[in-house]
Design a protein around this ligand. Structure first.
Ligand SMILES: Nc1ncnc2c1ncn2[C@@H]1O[C@H](COP(=O)(O)OP(=O)(O)OP(=O)(O)O)[C@@H](O)[C@H]1O
Ligand SMILES: [Mg+2]
Length: 296
C-alpha cells in the first residue's frame, strides 16, 4: 500500500485523505502518518462531532482497505469483541458423534472450526495483503476492565485463545481508538497508543468540510452558518454543536432554499444544532438581529 513506500510524508497522508473528502490539519496528518509508519495504535480524543469516527472511516477509504468496526458499550467483553465459541455447532457435533456411537473430547470441540471471530480477532486474522483499519469506537463507553483485554492486542497485535493458542497478525491492523473522555482511560492503554486530540476545525476548514458534504449549498450561507456555530460554541451550552450538527443544519437550511441566516429560518431549523430546551433558548438569544430590525 502507498503508506509503506519510503517517501511517504504527512503531506501525502493529508492529500490522500483530502481525496476522500476528509480534511485534516497538520497535527492530525502527523498523528495518522506516525500511526501508519510506526504501526502503532492511535487514540483520538476530542469533543463530540469533531470527526474522530470519520477519521478511521476515511483512513480505510484512503488506503482502499477493509474497515472493521467495534462500537463499545457497557458490558462489552470477549464474546462480542474478540471471539466466541460456537456452542450450537459444538452441540451438533456432539449429537452427531453420539449418533455414530463415537465420543468427542474437549480437544475435538475447542478447535478453530468452532471459533467465531469477533472484530478484534477478525482484524488479527485478516488475510491481507493490505491490513484492515480496525476502529475501536468510544472505548470510554466500555467498562474499564475491557481495556485490560486489549493490552495484548494493542501491544503485540496478538490474541491468545486459551484453548487454542496465540494468533498473531502477519501484518498488524491499523488501529484507531476513539474516546469522548466520559471517563479516564488506563495509563496502560494510553501507553500502548499514539495520541492526538482533535480540535474543532478552523473557520476555513469548517467551510470546506460543509461545502463538500452538502453539495449545492449556497457559499455565503455556509460561511455565515459555520461562523454562527463557532460563535455559539462559546456559549454555555449543554451540547456544543460539532461538525455533524453544522452539516445537518446547512443541509436543512439548504433544503428550504435558504441563502441567508435570517432569524425566522434559523428558528425553524434549530433542532439541527440545539439538542436541549436550554440550548434552544441560549442559541435563540444569540441570533443575529433580522436585517429589517437593523435598518433605521
Ligand atoms: N475533518 C473532517 N473532514 C470531513 N468531514 C468531517 C471532518 N470532521 C468531521 N466531519 C464530518 O462530521 C461528521 C461527524 O463526525 P464524527 O461522527 O466522526 O464525529 P465524532 O468525533 O466521532 O463524534 P462523536 O464523539 O459524537 O462520535 C462526519 O460524518 C463527517 O461528515
Ligand atoms: Mg464518533
Amino acid at each position: 500500500m502507498w503508506a509503506d513506500r519510503p517517501g511517504v510524508s504527512p503531506e501525502e497522508v493529508r492529500r490522500r485523505l483530502d481525496a476522500v473528502d476528509y480534511l485534516v490539519d497538520d497535527g492530525l496528518a502527523m498523528a495518522l502518518f506516525l500511526a501508519l509508519r510506526l504501526g502503532r495504535p492511535l487514540l483520538l480524543e476530542g469533543e463530540p462531532g469533531v470527526g474522530k469516527t470519520a477519521a478511521a472511516k476515511a483512513l480505510a477509504r484512503a488506503l482502499d482497505t477493509t474497515l472493521i468496526r467495534l462500537q463499545c458499550y457497557e458490558g462489552l467483553g470477549v464474546p462480542e469483541a474478540l471471539y466466541e465459541w460456537n456452542h450450537q455447532r459444538q452441540l451438533l457435533a456432539i449429537r452427531l458423534a453420539e449418533a455414530r456411537a463415537e465420543k468427542l473430547g474437549e480437544a475435538d470441540l475447542f478447535t478453530a472450526e468452532f471459533l467465531l471471530e469477533r472484530p478484534i480477532l477478525r482484524a488479527v486474522r485478516h488475510p491481507g495483503p493490505v491490513p484492515p483499519v480496525l476502529l475501536i469506537d468510544e472505548i470510554d463507553r466500555a467498562d474499564d476492565e475491557f481495556e485490560a483485554l486489549l493490552f495484548e492486542f494493542l501491544g503485540e497485535a496478538a490474541i491468545t485463545v486459551p484453548e487454542l493458542g496465540t494468533f498473531t497478525a502477519v501484518r498488524p491492523p491499523i488501529v484507531v481508538l476513539t474516546s469522548n473522555r466520559s471517563r479516564e482511560l488506563h495509563d496502560a492503554l494510553r501507553r500502548r497508543c499514539l495520541y492526538h486530540w482533535i480540535d474543532y476545525p478552523s473557520a476555513g476548514r469548517a467551510v470546506e468540510i460543509v461545502r463538500r458534504t452538502v453539495p449545492g449549498a449556497d457559499a455565503a450561507l455556509i460561511t455565515a452558518a459555520t461562523a454562527f456555530i463557532a460563535h455559539v460554541r462559546g456559549l454555555e451550552l449543554d451540547k456544543a454543536p460539532g461538525m455533524a450538527e453544522t452539516i445537518d443544519w446547512v443541509a436543512a437550511l439548504s433544503a428550504l432554499g435558504v441563502t441567508e441566516l435570517v432569524p425566522d429560518h434559523v428558528i425553524r431549523t434549530l433542532g439541527a444544532i440545539a439538542k436541549t430546551p436550554d440550548d434552544r433558548d441560549l442559541i435563540t438569544a444569540a441570533l443575529p438581529a433580522a436585517p429589517q430590525e437593523r435598518q433605521p
